[in-house]
Design a protein around this ligand. Structure first.
Ligand code: FES
Ligand SMILES: [Fe+2]
Length: 703
């Protein structure tokens, strides 16, 4: 295509890209405005002749913001950024990369709510060259196009991530540049970037592939393509094979942690924390979770024609009941007549009857009866209670809260598929946000302190596989993204020439597989199901024929305060009244200070209450901006990134998150420990042990 972009110039279009992908609403980094709805009643400056301003009404409509609720201030382009920096307005509309860059050059960081997050897109930006240049050196044109498109493609597909990266890198650089060269106006203006960040003074896109990958690896860039889907997308973008990141390359990420710049890049921002932790209707993470089947309650909690159950799931108030035929229904707790709670309903004769006016609903939400209306006024076929799809398997009731007419398959972690009579299944509540609860399971180094910090190697059977946790309490880590989520191996010396490994996994959207015995048979899984943003129900599956967990000392006596079964209070009908541990935050987890001085690291009895004490003490939702992450948090950082990528891909492009349609991808996920020769690659040791391991699910299938 020949494109005339200026008089008398005949140019060849090489590509187009979406430079407008970062248009949106900007606020100062410390602004209390955290979401679009917070703009109501605020002062917003815009340039009426700008490219992005005409899109604001569409944006406002999509995020449910009444235009009349905003006080618009029309300003000239030259002062747009300044009025925000001087706090004369609360927000501006702008192209984020332009304004953010200008403001950062003055040392003022900002945050952005992108129009693309509401599904508004804008296309068009030619990359052109002269015809004779293209004919003379097509390879050069291709390289330049590739180079220009690479970061742009990333920005296009990950606009929010791009802004985060931009902020982190430019901020770190500006601070460093000022420190090194206070007189350099050019540096302060952001016109050059130091080699320190990228290990090379040349722009990234000018580096050959190998060097670019090496530079990226050397700074531990988690935005490199680390797993299959991302690699496939990149190959499609430039049609060239790239060196995949193998085991050794990924493990080099560990070393980058000593770099303070890397630490700052791995910090979780306030915006990311909001994205990761909020699960209510319409939130990005809530939308991601609604793609999957969610554990709702134990089958044993519902009796045919028994009491309706208050069920809080993803901040929605629901009522579960089992009808006379044994079918389970999960309905919005509000009766569709006039919103009285169906909790008070009569569960009788094939349905749940609201006690206000007697309307009755079956498990699918169909209205069966309207006894307060004369027959000629009955309109039951037009009324439906909001009902979610329900499935029951292995003693657990699952709910699908997504939009699909046909729900996806149930999750397929092996612990869920073991013979039911060989599976233990339990539920316990944690009074904090789901993510900090989950992160306890993928943080192995805490085990040697929180749970067993008072034990020594002399307490343990000298042949027990887990003894090495007591000879070295500071393991090193490998971690990598997987098709089902993320995995890590913590390792430390075992007998001479060998390493002791502990493997664990995160599987979308909230499952963990943690090491609790040898990998050969440690078949278990734990789901951290958000009830709301500040309460979580842990559902734990465990194969009963697995090797028993470490619980006895070498004399065969119980290890002090290390019970794995923690007693719960009697369930109540309250929204948060189910499966609450007896040791909870209202009684400081029954901490025994004398026991803490003598026999236990915590003085708290039981592994679950010990974990509850530390994760709940972080606050209802941990403020991750206060963290100082360490190499031992490698898996946690990677898991947050993996979750954020999936949330944004779903939000921006409708990408179905991992494992929704193909839950079998988690078939190779198993946690546990093993010992392997020092020279053996960690994943090879994992695969080899798994190959030779006990597989209760395969055994079941073969019967
Ligand atoms: S509110 Fe339920 S029947 Fe009237
Ligand atoms: Fe723990």
């Amino acid at each position: 295509m020949i494109l005339s972009v200026a008089k008398d110039l005949s140019l060849i279009a090489l590509a187009t890209c979406d430079y407008d992908s970062t248009m949106g609403v900007g606020v100062l980094d410390d602004s209390p405005i955290l979401k679009p709805q917070d703009l109501a009643g605020k002062k917003v400056a815009s340039v009426p002749t700008s490219g992005e301003f005409p899109f604001f009404p569409a944006y406002a409509e999509r995020v449910g913001l009444a235009a009349a609720s905003i006080e618009f201030v029309h300003v000239d382009n030259k002062v747009l950024d300044r009025v925000l920096m001087e706090k004369r307005v609360d927000a501006i509309t702008s192209f984020a990369l332009g304004s953010a860059s200008a403001m950062l050059s003055k040392g003022v960081p900002s945050r952005w709510m992108l129009y693309s997050a509401a599904g508004i897109r804008n296309h068009g930006q030619p990359i052109a060259t002269r015809r004779k240049t293209l004919e003379a050196d097509p390879a050069l044109c291709e390289s330049i196009t590739d180079g220009l498109l690479e970061p742009l493609a990333y920005t296009l597909t990950n606009p929010q991530n791009s802004l985060e990266l931009f902020h982190r890198e430019h901020w770190a650089w500006l601070v460093a540049a000022r420190h090194r060269s206070p007189g350099s106006a050019r540096a302060r203006a952001g016109m050059v970037r130091p080699g320190r960040l990228h290990g090379d003074d040349r722009p990234r896109h000018a580096l050959p592939d190998g060097a670019r990958s090496q530079a990226a690896r050397s700074r531990g860039d988690l935005h490199q393509p680390l797993y299959r889907q991302d690699q496939a997308r990149r190959v499609r973008l430039d049609q060239r094979p790239r060196p995949g990141l193998g085991i050794r390359q990924v493990s080099e990420l560990n070393n980058a942690f000593s770099d303070p710049d890397q630490r700052s890049r791995d910090m979780t921002t306030q915006m990311e924390n909001e994205l990761l932790t909020r699960v209510g209707p319409g939130t990005p993470m809530g939308t991601l979770m609604r793609q999957y089947w969610l554990p709702a309650c134990l089958s044993s909690e519902l009796e045919a024609d028994g009491d309706p159950l208050r069920l809080m799931l993803l901040s929605e108030r629901l009522i579960a009941f089992r009808d006379s035929a044994g079918r389970v229904g999960v309905l919005d707790h509000r009766c569709p007549h006039r919103c009285a709670s169906l909790f008070y309903g009569r569960n009788e004769e094939g349905g749940l009857r609201c006690v206000y006016h007697g309307w009755k609903f079956d498990t699918a939400g169909n209205c069966l009866d309207m006894p307060n209306l004369p027959a000629d006024q009955d309109f039951r076929e037009k009324v439906k209670a909001r009902a979610y799809k329900v499935a029951e398997r292995g003693g657990l009731v699952y709910v699908y809260m997504g939009e699909r007419a046909v729900a996806p398959p149930l999750p397929a972690l092996e612990a869920m598929l073991c013979p039911p009579d060989e599976t233990s299944l339990s539920a316990r509540q944690r009074e904090c946000n789901w993510l900090q609860a989950l992160e306890g399971d993928i943080d192995t180094s805490h085990f040697s302190f929180l749970h067993t910090g008072k034990l020594t190697i002399d307490d343990i059977d000298p042949n027990h596989l887990e003894r090495f946790q007591f000879t070295d309490r500071a393991p090193r880590y490998h971690a990598r993204p997987t098709d089902w989520g993320t995995m890590y191996a913590a390792y430390r010396p075992a007998q001479p020439g060998h390493l002791y490994y502990r493997f664990a996994h995160f599987a979308f959207p909230f499952w963990t597989l943690f090491p609790n015995g040898p990998l050969a048979d440690n078949v278990l899984a734990q789901g951290w199901v958000p009830m709301d943003d500040t309460h979580t129900m842990a559902f734990t599956f465990s194969w009963t024929r697995k090797t028993p967990v470490l619980s006895l000392n070498k004399r065969g006596e119980p290890l002090p305060l290390l019970d794995r079964v923690s007693p719960t209070l009697p369930n109540t009908a309250d929204w948060f009244g189910r499966w609450r541990p007896i040791a909870n935050r209202s009684n400081d987890y029954l901490i025994d200070r004398e026991a803490q001085r003598t026999i236990s690291y915590t003085g708290i009895a039981g592994v679950f209450p010990q974990d509850s004490a530390v994760t709940e003490s972080m606050g209802d939702i941990s403020d991750r901006t206060r963290e100082n992450l360490a190499p031992s948090d490698r898996m946690i950082v990677m898991t947050r990134r993996r979750l954020l990528e999936a949330v944004l891909a779903l939000q921006d492009k409708g990408t179905v998150p991992p494992g929704v349609d193909d839950p079998e991808v988690s078939g190779n996920a198993r946690s546990g420990d093993l010992i392997a020769p020092e020279g053996q690659p960690w994943l090879e040791a994992y695969e080899q042990t798994l190959r030779d391991a006990l597989h209760p699910v395969m055994a079941l299938a073969a019967e």
